[in-house]
Design a protein around this ligand. Structure first.
Ligand code: NAD
Length: 491
């Protein structure tokens, strides 16, 4: 068990749910319950909306941007100073390697700093319509934001929503995933410590189908910022349509990793390994389909499978662990079933299968880094999001076919291209239908760089100046400058 806070944070106070209900949250890698958490219901959504609306109508939206920036920077410092404790809590609650959780907390810190910097640069435009009418635009906060986030990058996802929302003067209600609610509550506490007023950031863990839907439907919430599964995003967009609130959706992916024959083999192998097995493959932008040029296929497949087999899988709290547990036994079971489907459909297991784990770990929650070779791009394993440490290898004959395979999925979140020919790298990048393309680098997300999807990977771009559009309304102000009265009716 942990001594981390486990109550709802509403209006600056930690409190139990109105119903008094609670739910358990777990330590998936070691097995067992980690904490009992207050479970929000619709009454708590109402209370959070009242608190967030009160804070919005009160001082927050009118607070000078420089002051908001200072508070966000202070929150970044507090987070930075507690990286180790928070990473341990996140690792225990999610099963992810602790050093990865720490790296993600550093991204949360940079995200807060990036958006703190934008608070004083919310520029409008001016325009002279004609000599008698001058206009300018104001960027105003949308109002109360409802943020619904997943379990795979809990604290980082919270920062991705909270930082732009607060920088632009909104207040926010954050609903973490039930599997990983603990660091979000602590984040809310740190915000108060940073001087962010009560009610500006509220945190209400609870079931998605009840609390998340109540948020999507609530007339007092002006915008939903969602990250999670594509089907959930579709549902949220449908529910939110009744009140016509703004919605941004960061959804699933089935991202390609294209290795051309002229690629640097070592760099492509190492980069591709990271691009799929980081976070045990539970990343929306995981490059889970490796497409390899015919000429390089055998060399790539054997080098990649050997490196995948050599990755240290085990206790997420141990420093040299590269791949921890999955989020739950149930999810690991789903991933194992996908591996079976891949093989039933004709794929060849090049790495994966049984694991030897240290005592004290729940083996049922782990899946070995798995490589399935000889996969056809139209098979289920190549089309559906597995969300685990499983990658497919497929061959292509030329650039056109590689691009065709890359785009022939319903998702479009990220892609990587490995080639020594930089003209080809840029040419292919232009033809891929996804929100980000890395050329000879596995990295596709940094604060300052737009992140989001084409197609069924969602809409809206986070982590960048583009995100400011998601959290602001543009207002046009028009000023007549003629000394004569305006008389359009000619009366
Ligand atoms: P999920 O959609 O099941 O849950 C995400 C959040 O939505 C949780 O807080 C959950 O409680 C809530 N929710 C569930 N049903 C809801 C409903 N009917 N109404 C409102 N809220 C509801 O997703 P998950 O399993 O937590 O996360 C994995 C998925 O998230 C994967 O598909 C992954 O690709 C995606 N993801 C996308 C990105 C991105 O930026 N594109 C980032 C991380 C994860």
């Amino acid at each position: 068990m942990t001594d981390a806070p486990t109550q709802l944070l509403i209006g600056g106070e930690l409190r139990d749910a109105v119903s008094g209900r609670t739910f358990p949250t777990f330590d998936p890698a070691h097995g067992g319950e980690l904490a009992t958490v207050a479970q929000a219901g619709t009454d708590d959504v109402d209370a959070a909306v009242t608190a967030a609306r009160g804070a919005f109508d009160g001082a927050w939206a009118k607070t000078a941007p420089a002051k908001r920036a200072r508070m966000l920077n202070r929150l970044a410092q507090l987070l930075d100073g507690q990286t180790d404790e928070l990473a341990e809590l996140e690792s225990r609650n999610s099963g992810k390697a602790k050093w990865q959780c720490a790296a993600e907390i550093k991204v949360a810190v940079s995200t807060l700093e990036f958006f703190a910097g934008t608070a004083q640069h919310l520029y409008g435009r001016s325009h002279v319509v004609n000599p008698a009418v001058v206009t300018y635009t104001l960027r105003e906060p949308v109002g109360v934001v409802g943020a619904i986030i997943p379990w795979n990058y809990p604290l980082m996802m919270a920062a991705w929503k909270v930082a732009p929302a607060l920088a632009t003067g909104n207040t926010i209600i954050l609903k973490p995933a039930s599997a990983t609610p603990l660091t979000a509550i602590r984040f809310g506490e740190l915000a108060l410590e940073a001087g962010i007023p009560a009610g500006v950031l509220n945190v209400i863990p609870g079931p998605g189908a009840e609390v998340g839907e109540a948020m999507a439907a609530h007339p007092g919430i002006d915008k939903i910022a969602f990250t999670g599964a594509t089907d959930t995003g579709r549902r949220i967009a449908a529910v939110a349509a009744k009140t016509l609130k703004r919605v941004s959706l960061e959804l699933g992916g089935k991202s390609p990793n294209i290795v051309f024959a002229d690629a640097d083999l070592d760099a492509a192998v190492i980069g591709s390994l990271w691009a799929i097995y980081y976070s045990a493959g539970q990343s929306c932008e995981a490059r889970s389909r490796i497409l390899v040029a015919d000429q390089l296929y055998d060399a790539f497949a054997s080098a990649f499978a050997e490196k995948a087999r050599a990755l240290t899988v085990g206790d997420p709290l141990v420093d040299d662990t590269k791949v921890g547990s999955l989020i739950s036994r149930a999810h690991a079971e789903k991933v194992r079933r996908f591996v079976e489907i891949g093989v039933e459909d004709g794929g060849e297991m090049l790495a994966g299968g049984d694991l030897t784990l240290a005592e004290g770990l729940d083996a049922d929650a782990f899946v070995a880094p798995t490589v399935i070779g000889g996969v056809s791009n139209d098979s289920r394993i190549a089309q559906e999001e597995v969300f685990g440490p499983v990658v497919t290898l497929s061959r292509f004959t030329d650039e056109k076919e590689a691009i065709g395979f890359a785009n022939d999925v319903r998702y479009g979140l990220a892609a990587t291209v490995w080639t020594a020919d930089s003209a080809r790298g840029h040419r292919v990048a232009q033809k891929i239908r996804s929100g980000a393309v890395g050329i000879n680098t596995p990295f596709v997300a940094f604060p300052g760089v737009p992140f989001g999807g084409f197609k069924e990977s969602g809409y809206g771009r986070e982590q960048s100046l583009e995100a400011l559009d998601l959290y602001t309304e543009t207002k046009a102000v028009l000023q007549g400058t003629s000394p004569k009265p305006v008389n359009p009716f000619g009366t």
